[in-house]
Write a protein that binds this ligand. Sequence first.
Ligand code: ADP
Ligand code: NA
Length: 340
Amino acid sequence: AFKEQVFSGVQPTGNLHLGNYLGAIVNFVALQSRFSCVYCVVDLHAITVWQDPAVLTRSIREVTAAFLAAGVDPKAHIVFNQSQVAEHAELAWVFNCVARLGWMNRMTQFKEKAGKDRENASLGLYAYPSLMAADILVYRATHVPIGEDQKQHLELTRDIAQKFNNDFRPQIEAKGFADGFFPMTEPLIGGPATRVMSLRDGTKKMSKSDPSDYSRINLADDSDTIAQKIKKAKTDPEPLPSEEKGLEGRAEADNLVGIYAALSGRQKAEVLAEFGGGQFSTFKTALIDLAVDKLGPITAEMRRLSADPAHIDAVLADGSERARVLASETMRHVKEIVGF
Ligand code: ADP
Ligand code: NA
């Protein structure tokens, strides 16, 4: 049996948004009471597409500040940035040699992110899932909180773990690891909202990379900006239904009700019982108040932390040091297993 361990990461690619918060960070905070957790700012993943260096530095600190502001405890758990623990890249190389091209070719996120100009995508973007497998398995993590969008990558992580365990079975058994060296990591798809959609288009997920700033609520947005974005959020002319099935085929309405439910810790049915039959404008006013009330303190704390970058850097340095202890222990075994 493997010791229970949580790992998860967020990319420092700017525009940290409500989807990241409700789909990931809230869950990170909740898991702290049940698991030992490693939370990583995955800067090596960020550079799979071009990042302006000065912006990247700021974004690493912004994601760290968001973790801390939301309630991640960097002393009881581990918070650090990936590039500072070389074992991630080291294990990823071994996994590049375990993973098969055919597996990588099935990854839908690469196809989406590479777009039409595939010949011009970086080799790192293609190998991204192999690095993600290394992030998780370098801590031999048993549980990974992720959004729906990362499910396919986690399946690949399990394929890599299984192939490694099979390819090196005699060496692994000789070391006394009876259940294989790497665990079959389980996804924890939970959190108040696993898929927050764009405020401009209910069929697209809210994303950092959406060119329209009005498509998302950023954690750094002030109250006025949040209010403007919710006022401008796309809706349809119908009033809100009083039951959940009335949201079918109404992606934008469904999304706003889902956001309200997630932020208030209620079910969509309860939200509709309160607001159903009423005008959208009334509901939007309540949603603005709720969003400002819930996100305001986090934004304020992020600002406070961001004013002291040396403190954030010290948190990351301390986390990196402790992460390195765990990761280097895994790599020591991996090197012996592989025959280095
Ligand atoms: P993005 O997808 O915006 O580039 P990341 O890839 O860094 O952000 O994702 C960080 C975490 O946030 C992941 O766990 C991901 O599943 C989650 N996440 C991202 N977008 C959303 C969304 N729209 N709704 C719910 N969770 C999301
Ligand atoms: Na993502």
